[in-house]
Every structure is written in structure tokens, then in C-alpha cells.
Design a protein around this ligand. Structure first.
Ligand SMILES: *[C@@H]1O[C@H](CO)[C@@H](O)[C@H](O)[C@H]1NC(C)=O
Ligand SMILES: *[C@@H]1O[C@H](CO)[C@@H](O)[C@H](O)[C@H]1NC(C)=O
Ligand SMILES: *[C@@H]1O[C@H](CO)[C@@H](O)[C@H](O)[C@H]1NC(C)=O
Length: 833
């Protein structure tokens, strides 16, 4: 248990070290002094810029520019942050003045400057400048800045459509920009015509805030410093509503004038000793993209360039198409500017981020954030005041790390899985759709980051939550359109299923049944496989259902399958003699490890025989590529099915809206518990029970399968630990998350979550309001068991007795959880025969 406590600590550290750059910068608590606040005008002395502090009632309660604000005006409030800052969030409030105020800004713009001379207007990723502001005088409204702003000075410019008076109070959120990079220049990004891709892929730098002239970018920052790294496949994007290739800035070698390299120049705020440069680069060699083959960097410490460059050759890699950070050592040379030539290794070179590490800011950003997170209101206004805190934090972190490293070494032989889940960097995914259940608010109060009401507000927009509001397409505002296709809008941000480790861990396409204690699979041969060999040419491809690095899942028509399987094999009734089947296929070039896993999966599958478990029908293993053919259910998966439906009512009847009845839902629950009861009786641990893994036929018979992992549609349901594994954390018991322990009891936990999904009609992801990190933190709360863990709320449709059953599935102690047999017995009477 000590290990687990440390584990939790380590989690917290990892979480703090990750991309959470959302700390209040000191308007509210006064760390930004009055002299750093200026304005284009003020109405009275008592509404001067020094009163523009969030939640402050001093003076007349806000900053107000003079007179009526006209639509053409640009009055501003200016904040000098005294250092370059990475701003990720902006919060505003109107003038409340203890109930007397009535002024607020409904909209505003942001201008920023790094040097105080040259001002730029902030635009979102789609080029829109105006941000939404307040709707009343007291509420705080926050806007995520996407892209973030890197600046020292910020101007808030209230915008109005009609002549009116406005007043504002604000807070800025972010963290110091320690890179010190002021600008980069580069050749403009190019267009790519990919064979087989109808649209042109634009690899331009669409958020660049400098000059774009003569095919060159200069004097600004843009996508290479926005903190968003590109995906392995550059066509897959992380941002909403943007075009293919958005995340990358890319150049082609053969355009005239290239000498086989791309030259970039970097200008910094002051002289720095550079230890290294990290370039996040794409490596889709199959499409002619590779990391650079070598790079040479010249240094300019003062007026002239030093003749000797630092050169570095990379190790090229034609095996792994993952995008990656390439670290270029820079020999601790001092410079204010750098000029680097990146040499092509292939036709294309694509970068998504570049960062610099220099000696002078050796304080790890983790400790800095650690300290500000631990004491968000530590109001020391000077940097010197922070030094002891920083040193203290550093020492703490080093000690913690030493302990953890020791433990890890010790653990290595004992618990491989623990190590696997631990030593990983956290990938931040955007939070899911929102909801105002009081259970959720509690978690925010635990985390200092959320003690700020602005952040809290931002996380909890007002929306009325009722059974009807969960209607497909209804209720939510535009960015939250996750209603009917539950996880699709996050699809782009979600990890891509294509990693070696996953395959090793989860089978070719996400089979979760590899850890079956009863079966020892040492030498697998053809005779171990009881399923019959099907003639490959009789499988007619219809559609691709999903893919992984070593395999794909196809929807196929199997000609003559009923005859092939013979009498008495229950197949979904089909006209004629062909049947739809799912075909999992291993790529011919898969590793022998993947091959072995695939055969293992076949062996396991061929032993399962239950009406509620998907059946292996036949295989094609006599030649490559290896295939396994399983049942396919025409209603697709339960998640899709429920999401497109409403609960049956006179309204749905009258309007012909697809619907399900409560007893349908109960019937589904019973079938799933029955299938799981069967697996449990064989000591099988499924590890990934969820509605996405339950398939349905026309008569609403449910069969449990495991296709989810390979289907890109659901990738946001899985949490990727970088380069390691993909885990369905929102369905996982605390002990699975923290200790890597998967048992039938953790399947029971997942069953509880699956029930919850069913009774919310899959309109929402579990814990949709929590980020992945918070879900992990929550499992720490389960472990600590101090009453601070949060549970999923009771779905409005769900009978109370059923919710009690769910809650029992989420008992902290494994022994308190019901068994599948018990669940089946408890659920069955609910279904009216
Ligand atoms: C980048 O390319 C996209 C898509 O072609 C285009 O809409 C956008 O205006 C371009 N941005 C810049 C800054 O050139
Ligand atoms: C890039 O182009 C240059 C000149 O056109 C050529 O010499 C070089 O071989 C090319 N490099 C690659 C990797 O294609
Ligand atoms: C490092 O920072 C100190 C002040 O903190 C400054 O005086 C010094 O010039 C810096 N050195 C380099 C090489 O950046």
C-alpha cells in the first residue's frame, strides 16, 4: 500500500508537470501591481485601471473607459506582465459594485505585444478576433486562448455592437515563457497533393503572427510554439474544424531554390547558454516525410555570427512512423540568435513544435508550477522572494524522484505493469462535454487549480440538465456538439491506435483477453486452433471498420458461410447465402510477436461459446495475411445504437423518433451480465467492457466483443500513456489504474460504468467533466478513501435500486463488489417477460 501512496504522489507530480499552464497571473491577488495596469482612458479616478481586478470591489468596482463606448471605439486596458508569458486562458467580469453596477462587456478583443512597441491582434484558429464576454455584472466568463498568446503586454479591448457603457474586471491565466524565444523566421509552409487524397494539404503556419512576405515568415511566433504537437499521421489533426495537415509546418525538397535544407532563424530575449533544441518532427516515411538527416546551427552572441556551427546528425528510422521529438545538443554555446539549417532526409520535412533549453533557466518548469499550484496565492511580488520556495520545491522534487526511481528499480521485477503505467508523460486531452451535477463540483474544490472561480465557471457553463435535454443535437452550444455522435468531436484530439506496445499488450486489434491464466500458450500450432479454415476468396470486402499498426478490421460478406459451417450453426438470418462478418486481419509485415498474439487470440476466441459473446466463425491462417472471421451484428454497437435513440414516450411515437423502452435497456443489462457471467466462470478478464464493445442484432440480442480499441471513432475513450499503452481509464477500477491490476472484480466495476452508459443512453462520456488527469486523480481518491472520491451521478432514467447496484460495482474494496452471477440474479427480475 505504501507503493500505491507514492504512486498517487507520482501521478500528482506528473499531472503538475504536464501541460497545465493555467495559473492565475495575479490580477485578483495583487501580484500584478497597480503601476503595471494602464488604460486608454478612465471614466473617474475610482474606475481607473487599477480597479480592473477580478472579484475585487475596490474603488467603484471595475475599470470603465470614459463615456459611451461606440462600436468603432477601441478603448483598452493594458497589463504589463513584466516578463514573457504563455497565456492560455482569459477571464472577465463586469462591474458589480455590491449590486449598484450594471456595466459589463459582452464581447472583447485582445491585443498583445512582446516588446511594448509592436502590437498584434489575437485571432483564434479560424481567424476570429472577437471573444465572448459577460452576460451579467457578477459572473466570471473565461475563454480558452487557442492558440495561446506569448507576450509581455496584453490589451483588453471591449467590443460593443450598440453604443453603451462598459466596465471590466479581468484575470489572466498562464505560466512564464521560459524558452525566451521572441520570434522565428522560416520559409513559408507548402501545399502537398497526396495521392489518393482529394484535397490539397496545407502545411502552412496558420497562426504565425509576424510578417509573411516573399514566401518567407519573419518576426513572429506561430504553430511551432503553440504547445500542440502533431499526430503521427499528419493528415489527422488535433484541433477542431481545421484542415488536414494543420498541425504541421512542412516543406518540400524539390521546389526550386532549395539547397537540400530549410533555414530557420530564432531570436531570443537575451543572451542565453543553449543546452539543446527539441524539434517535434513527423516521420511518416511511407508518405515521403522524415525527420531531418542533420542540422547545423550558427550562433550570434552579439553583433556578428560566429563562423563555427554546431552540427548534429540524426539517426534515420524507416521502421517507426511515429512523430517524435528530436533533441539537438547545442554544446552550451551562448547566443541571442540562432540560425539552423535542417537538411532533408526525404522529399518532405514537417515540424509541429520547436523548443529551446538554455542554461539560465535551468529551474525545471515542474517545480515552478508545483510551487504555484501548491500555494496559488503566495503573493510575493518579486522574483527574489520566490527563490527559497523554488529551491525548496526543487529539493522536494529531487528527493521524491530519487525515492520513486528506487522504487521503480525495485518494482521492475515485481510489477512490470506498474512500471508501464507509471513512467509516462501525461497527454492532455480536452475535457468532454459538461454537466452540472453537484458530484462534479467537488473535485474542483480539491485541486487548487480549480479553486479559482473563473476556471471553475469555465468548466461549468450553465446548461440545464434533464432527461429531455439529452436529446440528440439539443441543448448544448456549438463547441460542445458531442451529443449525438458522442465522442466524434474529440476524435481529432485523441490518440491514434498505432503503437507497438499496445499491440503487444492488447493483441492485434485490441483483444483484451491475453492474460488468461487458464491457458498457457507457449507453442502455438495450427492444430491448436479449433476453428475451420475458410476459403479466403469468398470474403468480399465491404467496409473498413478500424485499423491498428499491425492489423485491420474489415466488414466483409462471407459467401457460402452457412453451408461452410453446416447445419445447426446459429447465424443471423440473411437473405441468400452470404452473411456479414467482421474480419480481423493481421498485416503480412507484422512482427512475429504480433503474429503470436494473433494466434493466441484465435485460440482463446475459438473456445468461447455463449449466446452473449461474439463468436469466432472461422479463420484463414493457412496463408498470409492471417485472418479471423467473427460474427458481425447489423445494429452495430450499443453505444451508437443508444446514442441515436430517445426513451420511448408518446412524443417519440407521434414524431416517429427512434426510441428504446426502459425494459429494452434492462434487457440489455441482463444480457451483458449474462455474457460476463460466462466469461467470469472461465476466469476470463475482459479488461475493456463498455457499450462500444457490445454489439447488437436486429432483435436487440447483445454480444460482447472487443472491437472498440481498433475503432478510431472511440479513441477519445482511451487514454494514452505516451508510447506505452492505451487504457480505457473512465471504465477502469481504481486498482487497475493505479496498480495495473485487472480482475473479474475490475470487470464488475466496468460493468457498473457500462450500466451507467446504458441509462444515460450513451449521450455522455463517463466523467465527461473531468479531464483524463482528473480521472486518474479521482482513482487516487478512491484509494485514499477519505470520502473525496466522486462517483458518476444517478442517470435520471435509472431506477434507484439499479443505481444502488452500480454504486456497489464501484466499491473501493474488491470483496464488496457484487459478482456477475449476483448481478445477473439481481437484474433478471427487472425484465418483464
Ligand atoms: C493556410 O492554409 C489554409 C488552408 O488552405 C488557408 O485557409 C489559410 O488561410 C492559410 N493560412 C495562412 C496564414 O496562410
Ligand atoms: C534535396 O534537393 C537537393 C537539390 O535539389 C538534392 O541535391 C538532394 O539530394 C535532395 N535531398 C533529398 C533527401 O531528396
Ligand atoms: C543569466 O542570468 C543572469 C541574471 O539572472 C544574467 O546576468 C546573465 O547574463 C545570464 N547569462 C546568460 C548566459 O544568459
Amino acid at each position: 500500500e505504501r507503493v500505491t501512496e507514492l504512486n498517487v504522489l507520482k501521478r500528482v507530480c506528473v499531472i503538475l508537470c504536464s501541460e497545465h499552464c493555467r495559473y492565475a497571473l495575479g490580477m485578483e491577488d495583487g501580484r500584478i501591481p497597480n503601476e503595471d495596469l494602464t488604460a486608454s482612458s478612465r471614466w473617474y479616478e475610482t474606475t481607473g485601471p487599477q480597479y480592473a481586478r477580478l472579484n475585487s470591489e475596490d474603488g467603484d468596482g471595475a475599470w470603465c473607459p470614459e463615456g459611451q463606448l461606440e462600436p468603432s471605439d477601441s478603448q483598452y486596458l493594458q497589463i504589463d506582465l513584466r516578463r514573457l508569458t504563455f497565456l492560455t486562458l482569459f477571464g472577465t467580469q463586469g462591474r458589480y459594485a455590491r449590486g449598484l453596477g450594471k456595466e459589463f462587456a459582452t464581447h472583447y478583443r485582445l491585443n498583445y505585444s512582446r516588446d511594448g512597441q509592436l502590437w498584434k491582434s489575437w485571432k483564434n484558429r479560424l481567424g476570429k478576433e472577437v471573444l465572448d464576454g459577460n452576460k451579467d455584472t457578477y459572473g466570471i466568463f473565461s475563454n480558452d486562448l487557442k492558440p495561446p498568446i506569448i507576450a509581455r503586454f496584453v490589451r483588453v479591448i471591449p467590443v460593443t455592437r450598440l453604443s453603451s457603457t462598459v466596465c471590466m474586471r479581468v484575470e489572466l491565466y498562464g505560466c512564464p515563457w521560459d524558452d525566451g524565444l521572441l520570434s522565428y523566421s522560416a520559409p513559408e509552409g507548402q501545399l502537398m497533393m497526396a495521392p489518393g487524397n482529394p484535397s490539397v494539404i496545407s502545411l502552412n503556419d496558420s497562426t504565425y503572427d509576424g510578417v509573411h512576405e516573399k514566401r518567407k515568415l519573419s518576426g513572429g511566433l506561430g504553430q511551432l510554439t503553440d504547445g500542440v504537437t502533431g499526430r503521427d499521421d499528419f493528415l489527422a489533426i488535433r484541433q477542431y474544424n481545421v484542415w488536414q495537415g494543420y498541425d504541421y509546418l512542412g516543406w518540400r525538397n524539390d521546389t526550386q531554390g532549395t539547397q537540400g535544407y530549410v533555414e530557420m532563424e530564432f531570436v531570443f530575449d537575451r543572451l542565453r547558454n543553449f543546452t539543446s533544441m527539441k524539434v517535434h518532427s513527423n516521420n511518416m516515411y511511407t508518405r515521403g516525410v522524415k525527420i531531418f538527416s542533420s542540422v547545423s546551427c550558427w550562433f550570434k552572441p552579439s553583433l556578428s555570427w560566429e563562423p563555427e556551427p554546431v552540427s548534429f546528425s540524426t539517426i534515420l528510422d524507416d521502421r517507426n512512423p511515429s512523430a517524435r521529438y528530436v533533441t539537438v545538443p547545442l554544446s552550451r554555446r551562448a547566443a541571442r540568435s540562432l540560425r539552423c539549417r535542417f537538411y532533408y532526409a526525404d522529399v518532405w520535412m514537417m515540424f509541429s513544435e520547436i523548443s529551446f533549453q538554455s542554461g539560465n533557466d535551468s529551474k525545471p518548469s515542474c517545480s515552478l508550477r508545483f510551487s504555484s499550484a501548491a500555494a496559488p496565492s503566495a503573493s510575493s511580488s518579486s522574483d527574489e522572494g520566490n527563490t527559497p520556495i523554488l529551491i525548496g520545491c526543487l529539493v522536494t522534487i529531487i528527493l521524491l524522484l530519487v525515492i520513486i526511481i528506487f522504487l521503480i528499480l525495485w518494482c521492475q521485477c515485481v510489477c512490470k505493469v506498474l512500471e508501464k503505467t507509471l513512467f509516462a508523460h501525461v497527454v492532455r486531452l480536452p475535457p468532454g462535454p459538461t454537466n452540472t451535477d453537484p458530484h462534479y463540483e467537488r473535485v474542483f474544490l480539491l485541486d487548487p487549480q480549480y479553486q479559482n472561480p473563473a476556471v471553475l465557471r469555465n468548466k461549468l457553463p450553465e446548461l440545464s440538465q434533464s432527461a429531455e435535454a439529452s436529446a440528440c443535437g439539443g441543448g448544448y452550444a456549438e463547441p460542445d456538439v458531442t451529443q449525438c455522435t458522442p465522442h466524434q468531436s474529440f476524435n481529432n484530439n485523441a490518440p491514434h491506435y498505432a503503437e507497438t506496445d499496445i499491440v503487444r499488450l492488447q493483441g492485434v486489434t485490441g483483444s483484451n483477453m491475453y492474460a488468461v491464466p487458464a491457458l498457457t500458450v507457449d507453442s502455438l500450432t495450427r492444430k491448436d486452433i479449433s476453428a475451420a479454415e475458410f476459403p479466403r476468396h469468398q470474403l468480399i470486402f465491404r467496409e473498413k471498420l478500424g485499423e491498428g499498426q499491425f492489423g485491420e478490421v474489415h466488414l466483409c460478406e462471407a459467401e457460402g458461410l452457412p453451408e461452410f459451417l453446416g447445419e445447426g450453426s446459429p447465424l443471423p438470418d440473411r437473405d441468400g447465402h452470404s452473411v456479414l462478418v467482421a474480419v480481423k486481419q493481421l498485416r503480412a509485415d507484422a512482427t512475429s510477436q504480433a503474429r503470436n498474439d494473433f494466434l493466441k487470440e484465435i485460440k482463446i476466441m475459438s473456445r468461447l461459446d455463449d449466446p452473449n459473446i461474439i463468436r469466432l466463425l472461422c479463420v484463414c491462417v493457412s496463408s498470409d495475411p492471417l485472418c479471423m472471421v467473427t460474427e458481425y451484428m447489423e445494429n452495430g454497437d450499443l453505444n451508437m445504437f443508444l446514442c441515436q435513440r430517445e426513451i420511448e414516450s408518446t412524443l417519440t411515437h407521434a414524431n416517429n423518433i427512434p426510441s428504446v423502452s426502459l425494459s429494452d435497456l434492462l434487457h440489455m443489462a441482463v444480457q451483458i451480465s449474462s455474457g460476463m457471467k460466462y466469461l467470469a466462470s472461465l476466469n476470463f478478464v475482459h479488461r475493456d467492457l463498455a457499450t462500444r464493445n457490445c454489439l447488437l442484432d436486429r432483435r436487440l440480442t447483445i454480444k460482447i466483443a472487443d472491437f472498440g480499441m481498433s475503432r478510431n471513432l472511440y479513441s477519445s475513450d482511451y487514454y494514452r500513456i505516451q508510447g506505452r499503452a492505451v487504457l480505457p481509464i473512465r471504465w477502469m477500477a481504481w486498482e487497475s489504474i493505479l496498480l495495473g491490476k485487472f480482475t473479474t472484480a475490475s470487470d464488475v466495476w466496468a460493468f457498473g460504468v457500462t450500466l451507467w452508459e446504458i441509462f444515460t443512453l450513451c449521450k455522455e462520456q463517463p466523467y465527461s467533466l473531468l479531464s483524463d488527469e482528473q480521472v486518474i486523480e479521482n482513482s487516487g481518491e478512491f484509494f485514499r478513501n477519505q470520502g473525496r472520491q466522486i462517483f458518476l451521478y444517478a442517470p435520471p432514467l435509472c431506477p434507484p435500486s439499479l443505481f444502488e447496484l452500480m454504486m456497489r460495482c464501484w466499491s473501493r474494496n474488491i470483496t464488496d463488489r457484487p459478482t456477475f452471477e449476483g448481478l445477473y440474479q439481481a437484474l433478471r427480475p427487472h425484465v418483464n417477460q
